[in-house]
Design a binder for this molecule. Sequence first.
Ligand code: NCD
Length: 309
Amino acid sequence: MSQFNRRHLLGLEGVSQDEINHILDTADSLKEINQRPIKKVPTLRGRLVINFFYEASTRTKTSFELAAKRLSADTFSLSASGSSITKGETLIDTAKNLEAMAPDLIVMRHSSSGAPHFLAKHIKPSIINAGDGTHEHPTQALLDMMTIREKLGRLDGLKVSIIGDISHSRVARSNILGLTTMGSSVCIYGPRTLIPPYAESLGVEIASSMQEAIDDADVVMMLRVQRERLEDVLFPSLREYAQRFGLGVRHLAKAKPEVLVMHPGPINRGVEMSPEVADGPYSVILQQVANGVAVRMALLYLLLSPETK
Ligand code: NCD
């Protein structure tokens, strides 16, 4: 019966338009629970969701935790610091031990690309990828698409410009995969050293200036400079980055009147965008965070509820 017959969500690669629409429709209908005085339904009562985070996270981790709680699942979090991972336990050993506690689903963030795929091969519970290295961050792209669809009424035929450190961004990669599947055209822009050589093979256009990326864009998505992933110095300084690739009010003066400004967070204010833009009328950054809870509720529901199978 379901258009979503998967056991895991490891990435948006290979996820169809119907599946994405189904996830977003489910998220739209669950969103209302978050506005009720009693923000809880019994749907996943007795199910166990483990948040297994090897990398720092504020929004994603709390959002998954809230999503699980609002559906009445039991949940606990394990992070690298404060666990036996710091004592040298291997990923597979930690995962097997977690599996022994009989979770139904593990949400996993890891600094190595492919880590959740590895786990999915070796243990039984469902796995959701909450960000793996520079590879994918599917739930971020889904909440971004939910926000765009909610604000602009559709995803097909839109121009979405993604600006910044494309090479190291799992957010960019998942959004490119998801948005092109949904019929948006994606344009990218950033320092040449941070545009991956395979960009064109992903079906995106590469802009030659900031203004070209912003003109006619329905959505401008700014990315954080991934300082923790920059092994070499790939641009001169943050100050110069801000001047050449930061989004300011002046850029938006020429943009479409209904343009949306997005950012996955955490923002480096004054680097990727000025505070006036981050807090300004085009910004939907906090709606993205609110929709994150609804999208994660939808995924937990679709992956775990027997009714959907
Ligand atoms: C992103 C991430 O961790 O990939 N943040 C998030 O999940 N909201 C983006 C980033 O860290 O730049």
